[in-house]
Design a protein around this ligand. Structure first.
Ligand SMILES: Cc1cc2nc3c(=O)[nH]c(=O)nc-3n(C[C@H](O)[C@H](O)[C@H](O)COP(=O)(O)OP(=O)(O)OC[C@H]3O[C@@H](n4cnc5c(N)ncnc54)[C@H](O)[C@@H]3O)c2cc1C
Length: 506
């Protein structure tokens, strides 16, 4: 009996899953996930991504089995695996979600497209985010996002399934070349965990969203913490948007959570806005969005500066504490991510690409479209965004005024008096002895003078920005990638009603 193949990628759920629903309409369904060694060998892949994936796959398999199906997992390159399955028993068509992934997954998709074409096989891809393939006009983009988010979420299909034996033992990370440590306090994968996180945020934690997401102290609980569940598709963006809007409508006026949820929805919109940039221009993983910035930092790569940053040994306590937190949890809030990139790009004058590859491995929620767009934005190479330079000492004073965050993640500094905590290299030697902290041993000596190096960096950037040819090229980038400010006219009404527990199933 012939069948349809559903190829799961970063969409690890059965709910609101258009490929699954459509594949089940006219034939039995075989659900497939491919562990692709070449993608896991890439420089942006990390053990934590793989472990989160494994947890999510187990969850997905359980959800499929509950409905009579199961997940077939194969290890190999996509075309070779498809060929193998095809030889075992030819399938009618392939169904999957579109992926706006890294360069390798883009090339893989081209190869799969070619393989399907050779066989006259239909490969139907569905959008899972508000990202438009072959987008011609950015002006209509917001309306498109709204329309997609307003469509009803899809129920899992009731269909015939191709039987799949029990899940095989999945390869251990090291067999795929993944050697980086798995952060011991990272979030756990799977839809079940994603739903719990969403529920907890919508009903409770969102009250602190406005006003508490910038400080690294309050952000871990004030932020939604949904990024990894969205990146691996354990939750669909649409179900998160709709659940948030329902909860907003149900909350009384004056409830502090309303402001939080409104601000949160704007981030869900940004999610797709940034991904669209990589979808429209996959090269921005490697090349400056504004080519006039080519050569700005590339040739000045300083390995000692990069080593200090990536080891959390810059001597700027807030920076080092953020790196320590990342190593333990795989997560940081937006402002601290932006600050790390700012420190890398300005005083340390490091090219964003290798820094971004390192950070991609540190972030559990690595989403190439958001990540590379943000890397370039914070490094000042998009040519269309305001230059934001974050001073790590000022950030520490503003967002960790009592030093709790720095002392937590850098225990060696616990006894440093508050007055010196954010600039320990200025501490007199006698005081260092008194509090048992030695600069150069317990905390590094900063590799550059922060103020001077930042001033020089800004001057270099502004000099380039002022060039006539650089100014001219800016207009085309705004046209292609810039956000549009005009308000959105919504065609569809937002559903109002209580957001009930039964809304989400596993
Ligand atoms: C250099 C840099 C790299 C980043 N890399 C990633 C990445 O790889 N993956 C990722 O999901 N986010 C990335 N971000 C954006 C942001 O920092 C994270 O989305 C956020 O910290 C995740 O935590 P949260 O889910 O609790 O966020 P919340 O504040 O609760 O936001 C909810 C969701 O909105 C989206 N979102 C939030 N902020 C942004 C933003 N500024 N741009 C685009 N989408 C946003 C995310 O999907 C997030 O899960 C990056 C930011 C910077 C500065």
């Amino acid at each position: 009996m012939s069948y349809n193949l559903v190829w799961f990628k970063r969409d690890l759920r059965v709910h609101d899953h258009a490929p699954l629903l459509n594949a089940g309409r006219n034939a039995p369904v075989l659900c497939l996930f491919i562990i692709e060694p070449s993608l896991w060998a890439a420089a942006d892949a990390a053990t934590q991504h793989y472990q989160f994936l494994r947890e999510s796959l187990l969850d997905l398999d359980a959800a499929l089995r509950k409905r009579g199906g199961g997940l077939r997992i194969e290890v190999g390159e996509a075309v070779a695996v498809l060929q193998r399955l095809w030889q075992e028993a030819p399938f009618l068509a392939v169904y999957s979600h579109q992926e706006t992934g890294n360069w390798l997954s883009f090339q893989r998709d081209l190869a799969v497209r070619g393989w399907c074409r050779e066989r006259g096989l239909h490969w139907q891809e569905f959008a899972q985010f508000g990202v438009v393939r072959r987008l011609r006009d950015r002006d209509a983009w917001k309306a498109h996002w709204e329309a997609l988010m307003a469509e009803p979420c899809l129920e899992p299909p009731v269909c015939d399934w191709i039987a799949v034996p029990k899940l095989p033992i999945l390869p251990e990370p090291h067999t795929l070349g993944l050697i980086h440590p798995d952060p011991p306090q990272r979030q756990i994968g799977g839809r079940r965990q994603g739903i719990e996180t969403l529920r907890d945020f919508l009903f409770d934690r969102c009250g602190a969203y406005r006003g508490s997401i910038s400080s690294p102290l309050s952000a871990p609980t004030a932020c939604s913490r949904l990024s990894a569940y969205l990146a691996f598709g354990c939750l669909s963006l649409r179900e998160v948007v709709q659940a948030t809007r329902r909860q907003l409508a149900a909350l009384p006026r004056g409830d502090a959570r309303r402001a939080g949820l409104t601000a949160f929805i704007s981030r869900l919109y940004w999610h797709c806005h940034f991904m669209q940039k990589l979808e429209s221009e996959p090269e921005l993983e490697f090349t400056n969005l504004h080519r006039g910035y080519d050569g700005l930092r590339e040739a000045d790569w300083n390995p000692a500066h990069f080593q200090a940053l990536s080891a959390g040994q810059t001597g700027w306590p807030l920076v080092d504490a953020c790196v320590a937190m990342l190593q333990q949890t795989g997560w940081l809030n937006f402002r601290m991510r932006a600050m790390l990139v700012s420190v890398a790009s300005y005083p340390l004058w490091l090219h964003w690409q290798p820094v971004g590859t390192w950070l991609a491995r540190q972030f559990l929620d690595y989403e190439p479209g958001i990540h590379w767009s943000q890397m370039q934005m914070q490094a000042g190479t998009t040519g269309i965004n305001t230059t934001r330079v974050y001073n790590p000492i000022k950030q520490a004073r503003d967002h960790d005024p009592h030093g709790h965050f720095v002392r937590h993640w850098l225990p060696a500094l616990r006894r440093v008096p508050q007055e010196w905590l954010f600039e320990p290299w200025r501490m007199p030697v006698k005081l260092q002895q008194q509090c048992g902290v030695s600069v150069g041993v317990d905390i590094a000596e900063p590799p550059v003078d922060l103020e001077r190096a930042t001033r020089q960096a800004k001057a270099r950037l502004y000099q380039l920005r002022g060039r006539a040819d650089v100014k001219v090229a800016k207009a085309a980038i705004v046209e292609k990638h810039g956000s549009r400010k005009q308000p959105i006219r919504r065609k569809t009404k937002i559903a109002v009603g209580d957001w009930v527990q039964t809304q989400f199933e596993f």
